[in-house]
Design a protein around this ligand. Structure first.
Ligand code: FES
Length: 345
């Protein structure tokens, strides 16, 4: 039986490979020309050590010098020994370049462009077929007519026939300017998927914190949760600066109807807003949503929001079990380096 293995490299590039249950992850990688670090191939040296972010596997046989019991308990494994028992997400401790691979290139066309508000535009791409990615990841889009690339998180779930994205409309922004005039059918190229900000297996309650168009990766994650279900409660606080920035609420309501135990609250920072919840997201995170720290927090928003939430959590005396975050630039694009971190707050 074959499984789908996502190899997530240190630089955020992700390649998906097929791996039979009788095959090691290392053998499947090399069969497809992806040279993950290897030496002894025998479970003795530890060179192929990797981190299994999700999925079930048989760790194989090896000696303690290659992988300690503590490391195995933390989810580390040896690629030359491990065989999948389900789809896996595997973090490789090397860059894609070192492993002689790179992100996949896709050609598509503009499917639709929808102005959601005076500050936000959604667009979709067609023709690339269903694309494998981890919900929360992004692609690097070549802005048509330029040499510039912009990084955008998928707002659609993995495997959808068309891919959708959410963009902040910047007056002189290259992508914004293109989208304002774009017509369906216009060719567009992109490379990906990339990023370490993706939804892991839920082992405890989840708290999603979205800032502005940082909503996009969460829509993708919610799409996956709607399709597969969630055994744990999921709460989202979605903050924006002005009323016009508040988009995608109907999608959130639709997901709340489909996902049991998914709740969300919207927040607007502007003083002038008549929104019922005003200020910053930290003022609207109920203590129950933190579960005393037994919570995985995912945050996607501008850099000041990431810093504010980290400071606020430490002020509350809360250290979440996991804190994954991604910063994006004011244009709404993911930072060029796709900054994503797993860190204690
Ligand atoms: Fe030596 Fe895997 S390559 S333990």
């Amino acid at each position: 039986m074959g499984y789908n293995i996502a190899l997530n490299f240190e630089d955020g590039v992700t390649r998906f490979i097929a791996c039979d249950q009788s095959e090691t992850v290392a053998d499947a990688s090399y069969r497809l020309g992806i040279n993950i670090p290897l030496d002894c191939r025998d479970g003795a040296c530890g060179t192929c050590k990797c981190r299994v972010e999700s999925g079930e596997y048989d760790g194989g046989s090896y000696i303690e010098e290659a992988l300690t019991d503590e490391e195995a308990a933390e989810g580390l494994a040896l690629a030359c020994q491990m065989r999948p028992k389900s789809d896996l997400v595997v973090g490789v401790f090397a860059s894609s370049e070192v492993c002689k691979t790179k992100g996949q290139s896709f050609r598509a066309t503009i499917g639709s462009v929808d102005r959601l508000s005076e500050t936000s535009i959604a667009f979709s791409l067609e023709g690339a077929g269903p694309i494998s990615f981890l919900p929360g990841q992004y692609v690097n889009v070549l802005v048509p007519g330029t040499e510039a690339r912009r990084s955008y998180s998928f707002s659609s779930p993995p495997g959808a026939g068309t891919q959708s994205f959410l963009v902040r409309d910047i007056p002189h922004g290259l992508m914004s300017s293109f989208l304002r005039e774009a017509v369906p059918g216009t060719p567009i190229e992109f490379v990906g998927p990339s990023g370490s900000f993706y939804l892991r297996d839920a082992r405890r309650p989840l708290l999603f914190l979205a800032g502005g168009t940082g909503l996009a990766p969460f829509l993708s994650m919610l799409g996956k949760l709607a399709a597969e279900g969630s055994a744990h409660p999921v709460h989202m606080v979605y903050g924006v600066t002005n009323d016009a920035d508040l988009v995608g609420v109907e999608q959130l309501e639709a997901y709340a109807a489909r996902i049991p135990d998914f709740t969300f609250a919207t927040v607007v920072a502007a003083e002038s807003s008549a929104h019922p919840r005003k200020g910053y997201v930290t003022a609207h995170i109920a203590p129950e949503a933190l579960h005393g720290g037994d919570v995985d927090i995912y945050l996607c928003g501008p850099p000041p929001m990431v810093d504010a939430v980290r400071n606020w959590l430490s002020g509350q005396g809360i250290t979440p079990a996991n804190f994954y975050y991604e910063k994006f630039s004011p244009s709404g694009a993911v930072n060029a380096i796709g900054e994503s971190h797993r860190a204690a707050a």
